[in-house]
Design a protein around this ligand. Structure first.
Ligand code: NAP
Length: 485
């Protein structure tokens, strides 16, 4: 176990070639629930990215030459290291991001452990294809791509970084990563844990800083051969515009505006519970959150009453309090953006069924980026609040008459990430799932993840899939060898 303070303070440096690397300038890393300064944060520049790439290139041949089993053993040791520091990492993630510490303990950190264990197992057990011809044998190998650039957002910091890092390392690549400057602390802690677990120096490098500086330098670096980016759609356009002409391998996991569809034949208790969880987990700051709830009109009044009652019961407050359900948003500017959408909804004639305000939470939290869980009704399904990504604790409710109308409304945004569907009619579940223009559908559940399955979106929610064999393929170069018999 390493001390929480020393892990947090490690973000004042980049991490290059297995050791802290100083920068000339610093940013500030603040706790969004209190506004208090946690630590100075390294402000990496293009020269730092270049140094990280050189370290990654130097480490590449030896790491890539190790067997899958050897690399998997190190991944398992990293998982053990994260698990041993679970409470410390959960506290760091909560202070840095604003999420309830209970959520970080239950979801974020265990998932980081699972990501390393899963991809360790995946490469140990992977099967590579071979194709026999009458007079020849084809077999396909997978080799490392080279130096991978991993860029991650602020909402699920360690969860999403490890989702990329584990398969990239497992397939023999070396990495230069940049976490969001708004929640970089768990990434800095991970670098220390990786070293303690025996990951060779230079295999995992971390450059902190701003997107347009350090992030852009990674995307545009000629010796970084692969970019895996998770973040907003507007940034994704920029990343693709830089990386695509350089023929980099590219995965883009972008924004979402996901529908929850509730049919009259649904188990109402489970549907209300699932819809509330889908809307407000992590303050609504998950790309998969169900921020538009479409409800069949015959059950709409009852659904609305029970939904609002349950939302009013959510406990918003200090993320460090183990009983808190909804913590702080990630920053004051983001809180203001969320509040701006609720102002817009008011102008568009919405009814505010609950929330719609900055709450007063008492001593110590006055400077925090809190916004009360908000339920809006009476808006058109094509209104801005019902189609644009708000990415906060704000949900719109809409009645519908027919299945066709529900599907049309669900598909009526530029995004296509996920949907959840609540019905006890199996035929309807199949029929509606097939028509939804998204990468992932949950039926009678939400955010149930099997790491073997493809993860990603359609339309403006991204390009490509990660997860299971899709990650192993993305983080490697396939080569076919054809032998004349
Ligand atoms: P963002 O502003 O797009 O930032 C994402 C990352 O990109 C950050 O590390 C950011 O750095 C960096 N960045 C910004 N400009 C860049 C540039 N020009 N070149 C390279 N990197 C750059 O997104 P966010 O606000 O952090 O995250 C919220 C968004 O992520 C939402 O839209 C959400 O839906 C999406 N998301 C999608 C998924 C998914 O799997 N589809 C999962 C989670 C989140 P700085 O922050 O340091 O400036």
């Amino acid at each position: 176990m390493t001390s929480q303070t020393s892990l947090m303070q490690s973000a004042a440096f980049n991490w290059i070639n297995g050791e802290p690397a100083p920068t000339q300038e610093h940013l500030e890393c603040r706790n969004p629930a209190t506004g208090r300064l946690i630590t100075p944060l390294a402000r990496g520049q293009a020269s730092d990215v270049d140094a990280a790439v050189r370290a990654a290139q130097a480490a590449g041949p030896a790491w890539g030459a190790r067997s899958f089993e050897e690399r998997a053993d190190i991944l398992d040791r990293i998982a053990d290291g994260i698990e041993a520091n679970l409470d410390v990492l959960a506290a760091i993630e909560s202070q840095d991001q604003g999420k309830p510490v209970s959520l970080a303990k239950r979801i974020d950190i265990p998932r980081a452990v699972a990501n390393f264990r899963f991809f360790a197992g995946a490469v140990r057990h992977q099967e590579l294809p071979s194709h026999r011809m009458a007079d020849a044998l084809n077999f396909t190998t997978r080799s490392p791509v080279g130096v991978c650039g991993l860029i991650t957002p602020w909402n699920l910091p360690l969860y999403l970084l490890t989702w990329k890092l584990a398969p990239a390392l497992a397939m023999g690549n070396t990495v230069v990563a940049k976490p969001s400057e708004l929640s970089p602390l768990s990434a800095a802690a991970l670098a220390v844990i990786c070293k303690q677990a025996g990951l060779p120096d230079g295999v995992f490098n971390l450059v902190h800083g701003l997107g347009p500086e350090a992030g852009q330098a990674i995307v545009g670096h000629p010796d970084i051969k692969l970019i895996s980016f998770t973040g907003g759609t507007a940034t994704g356009v920029h990343v693709a515009g830089t990386a695509a002409p350089m023929f980099k391998k590219l995965s883009l996991e972008l924004g979402g505006k996901n529908a929850t569809l509730v049919f009259a034949d649904a188990d109402l208790d489970k549907a209300v519970d699932g819809a509330v969880r889908a809307a407000f987990t992590n303050q609504g700051e998950i790309c998969l959150c169900g921020s538009r709830v479409l409800v069949e009109r015959s059950i709409y009044p009852e659904f609305e009453r029970r939904f609002v009652e349950q939302v009013k019961g959510l406990k918003m407050g200090d993320p460090a309090d183990p009983n808190t359900d909804v913590g702080a948003l990630n920053s004051l500017p983001h809180r203001d953006k969320v509040a701006g959408y609720v102002d817009l909804a008011r102008e568009e004639g919405a009814q505010i069924l609950c929330g719609g305000e900055v709450p007063e939470l008492g001593p110590g939290l006055e400077g925090g980026a809190f916004y009360a869980p908000t339920v809006l009704a009476g808006l058109s399904t094509s209104s801005r609040c019902a189609t644009e990504e708000i990415f906060g604790p704000v949900v719109t409710l809409h009645p519908f008459e027919t299945e066709e109308e529900a599907v049309e409304a669900a598909n009526g945004t530029r995004y296509g990430l996920s949907a959840s569907l609540w019905t006890t009619d199996l035929n309807r579940a199949h029929r509606v799932s097939a028509q939804l223009q998204v990468g992932m559908v949950w039926v009678n559940t939400w955010l149930k993840r099997d790491l073997r399955t493809p993860f990603g979106g359609t339309k403006d929610s991204g390009v490509g899939r990660e997860g299971g064999r899709w990650s192993l393929e993305f983080y490697s170069e396939s080569k076919n060898i054809c032998i004349q018999l």
